[in-house]
Design a protein around this ligand. Structure first.
Ligand SMILES: Cc1ncc(COP(=O)(O)O)c(C=O)c1O
Length: 359
């Protein structure tokens, strides 16, 4: 019999990522607008001296630093090579044919890919107003649901779900469902001192709250993520994780970045200010802006603009700036714009002014 990959993988569409191209302005990947903490860079450099050794499989130093910094129980922390690595491990623990993942139709797409690859069922919750409707999520849960994934702020819409609404969701879920809350962009939320959904784990709900150093900490290229979850999930994930997958320099950078709160606070404040400025400019240019809490904005072309998103994307690209298309979500009149450094935002403002003046 010839070699074939599993049917579930064969039928999987290729993962749609953003376009990359040489020296163009990249506003398609939701990376940080600012460089990481110099302390993090230095710690990574120093740690390179130790790379002949595998990393500590338990990542104890990072777990301790995270627990101290956020006031959490270090035994409930899982670390991985980015939060996508942890999502993959959670999927390996929970998804198989006969089980289902519930997620939003306009949610971050990777969990749906994991469900399909596992041959598991997928239930997509409609999001007509670009926000997660917690009641619709609750209604979508069936006896075979194993994971309910919800991102707050969500990618690509940027909209958030309040902690109260997440608690109501957690309360409504049957015991057999793991509530996976993706808080990748939570640092950028403007609500004053918005409490982290991590508290839901301490309150005893069957939840895993995913975090990343790829966004506000500016360490996307070092791929470091973590989750706060119950002991039973920590134990299961340990069985399927690749030992030491989080590289020594990445872990050292993450620990140093956590300590440099001044830097992260400055990055977050500047990103929020740029987001507000960009929102105002996009509205002035006649675009529909979905009010977003992340380091990006989803914008729509109103019917009065005689251009679809693909045309706008191509015209902006022709002038040296890459945005993110959302056609894979069925959104033909929307694009996603990462909040980049001030110069890139000013360049985008000029380009959009020129392109939209032509229609
Ligand atoms: C909602 C969401 N979760 C997770 C990730 C990936 O995070 P990481 O780099 O930690 O794998 C992204 C990346 O864009 C994202 O948008």
């Amino acid at each position: 019999m010839p070699f074939t990959v599993r049917p579930a993988v064969r039928e999987l569409a290729a993962y749609v990522s953003g376009e990359t191209a040489g020296d163009m302005v990249q506003l398609g990947f939701n990376e940080s607008a600012f460089p990481p903490s110099p302390m993090a860079v230095e710690a990574a450099r120093q740690a390179c001296r130790d790379v002949r050794r595998y990393n500590d499989e338990n990542y104890s130093a990072l777990k301790r630093a995270l627990a101290d910094h956020h006031g959490l129980d270090e035994n409930r922390i899982v670390c991985g090579a980015g939060s996508m690595d942890i999502m993959r491990n959670l999927a390996a623990c929970c998804l198989e044919p006969g089980r289902t993942l519930v997620t939003g139709r306009l949610s971050y797409a990777f969990p749906a890919v994991l469900a399909r690859a596992a041959g598991a069922g997928l239930r997509l919750v409609e999001e007509p107003s670009f926000t997660h409707d917690v009641d619709a999520f609750i209604e979508a849960v069936s006896d075979c649901c194993a994971i309910l994934y919800i991102a707050s702020p969500n990618n690509p819409t940027g909209t958030s779900v309040s902690l109260d609404a997440l608690r109501r969701l957690a309360e409504a879920l049957p015991d057999h469902v793991l509530l996976m809350i993706d808080a990748a962009y939570a640092d950028y939320v403007t609500a004053p001192q918005a409490p982290s959904p991590d508290v839901l784990v301490d309150e005893g709900y069957n939840a895993a709250v995913l975090h990343t150093f790829s966004k506000a900490h500016g360490l996307a290229g070092l791929r470091t993520g973590w989750a706060y979850t119950g002991h039973h999930v920590v134990e299961a994930v340990a069985k399927v994780s690749l030992p030491g997958i989080l590289p020594v320099p990445a872990m050292a950078a993450a620990i140093a970045s956590l300590a440099d709160t001044e830097h992260t606070t400055r990055v977050v404040e500047q990103t929020r200010a740029l987001r507000e400025w960009m929102t105002a400019r996009l509205v002035e240019l006649g675009l529909d802006v979905i009010p977003g809490d992340g380091n990006f904005l989803m914008v729509g072309l109103p019917q009065s603009v005689a251009m679809d998103a693909e045309t706008l994307y191509q015209r902006v690209k022709a002038r040296g700036i890459l945005l993110r298309r959302l056609a894979n979500f069925g959104l033909e009149r929307h694009l996603r714009i990462t909040i980049g450094p001030p110069d890139d935002m000013a360049a985008l403002d000029c380009v959009l002014t020129e392109v939209l003046a032509d229609v």
